[in-house]
Design a protein around this ligand. Structure first.
Ligand code: PMM
Length: 267
C-alpha cells in the first residue's frame, strides 16, 4: 500500500502501564475522548493496544486484553476511524477484525502466536504490520546483541516475510517495522534509523515507532517521555523527508504539521 504522504498512526494504549501514556486512557470514556482528539487533529490510523510492551512488562491474559480493546475498537469504527489493533495474539486480532479493525500491528511479526499468519492469510483485506522482535518484553533486552544490527534486523524481517508469504499472506498486506527499542539499545536504534534506506530495499512500506522512546531521552537527558516530544517531531520530519510510509506517535497534530511542512518543501 503506497501512501502519497507519510501517515500518522496515533497510539491509543488502553493499558495501566505503557511507558509514555500508561493509565491515561485506561477507562473506556478516556480512551474515546483521546481518540476523538486524534481524529480532530487528522490522525490517519488509530492503533489500539491492550498490552504494554515496555521493557520488563509482564503479559496480560487474553480475556483481559480483549476486554480492554474490543469495546474501544467497536466505538472507533462507529466513529469512522481507521483502526489498527496492536496485539501479538491471533484471537484478539480476530475479535478486533470482527469489530471492524483493518490493520493488525503485531510487535512480534507473527513469532509470538503461530495462529497469526493463518489469520492474516484468511483476511486478505487486512494490512499487517510486521515488527522486528526477538523476545517477549520481560527478557528482550538480553537479546539486544548484534554484530551488525542493520544486516541482522533486515535478515530477520526478511525471514518473517518469507514465512508469512509461505503461510498464504499476500505481499500487499505487509508493512515492516524495525522495532525501535525492542531488543535494541540506543546505539542500535540510531544505527537502524540512519539506515532505513537499506531496510526499504526489502521492498515493503516501512513504519517507525520512535515516539518518546527512551533512546531519545538518553540523547537529551530527558527522563520524562513528555520531554522527548520535540525530538520525536524532529525525527518525524526527517522520516517524512526520507519518504517513509508511516510513523507511530503519541501526539498527532505536531507530527501532521511536520509532515505538511516537508510535503510543501518537496513540491
Ligand atoms: N512500539 C510500542 C508498541 N507497539 N508497534 C509498532 N509497530 N512499532 C513500535 O515501535 C511499537 C509498537 C511500544 O510503545 P508504546 O508503549 O508507546 O505503545
Amino acid at each position: 500500500m503506497k501512501a502519497d504522504r507519510t501517515l500518522v498512526m496515533g497510539i491509543l494504549n488502553v493499558t495501566p502501564d505503557s511507558f509514555a501514556d500508561g493509565g491515561k486512557h485506561f477507562d473506556f470514556a478516556s480512551a474515546i475522548t483521546r481518540a476523538k482528539e486524534m481524529i480532530a487533529e487528522g490522525v490517519d490510523i488509530i492503533d489500539v493496544g491492550g498490552e504494554s510492551t515496555r521493557p520488563g512488562a509482564d503479559r496480560v491474559s487474553e480475556d483481559e486484553e480483549k476486554d480492554r480493546v474490543i469495546p474501544v475498537v467497536t466505538e472507533l469504527v462507529e466513529l469512522g476511524a481507521v483502526v489498527s489493533i496492536d496485539t501479538m495474539r491471533a484471537s484478539t486480532a480476530q475479535a478486533a477484525i470482527g469489530a471492524g479493525a483493518t490493520y493488525v500491528n503485531d510487535v512480534s511479526g507473527g513469532l509470538a502466536d503461530p495462529d497469526m499468519a493463518k489469520l492474516i492469510a484468511k483476511n486478505p483485506s487486512i494490512q499487517y504490520v510486521v515488527m522486528h522482535w526477538r523476545a517477549h518484553s520481560a527478557t528482550m533486552q538480553d537479546a539486544a546483541v548484534y554484530e551488525d544490527v542493520v544486516v541482522e534486523v533486515k535478515q530477520e524481517l526478511d525471514d518473517r516475510v518469507t514465512a508469512l508469504l509461505g503461510a498464504g499472506v499476500n505481499a500487499e498486506q505487509l508493512i515492516l517495522d524495525p522495532g525501535i527499542g525492542f531488543a535494541k539499545n540506543a546505539e542500535h536504534n540510531w544505527e537502524l534509523l540512519r539506515n532505513l534506506d537499506r531496510l526499504a530495499l526489502l521492498g515493503y512500506p516501512l513504519l517507525v515507532g520512535a515516539s518518546r522512546k527512551r533512546f531519545l531521552g538518553e540523547l537529551l537527558g530527558a527522563n520524562s517521555p513528555d520531554d522527548r516530544e520535540f525530538a520525536s517531531v524532529a525525527l518525524t520530519s526527517q522520516l517524512a523527508q526520507a519518504g517513509i510510509w508511516g510513523v507511530r506517535t503519541h501526539s498527532v497534530k505536531p507530527h501532521r504539521d511536520a509532515i505538511a511542512v516537508v510535503e510543501e518543501l518537496n513540491k
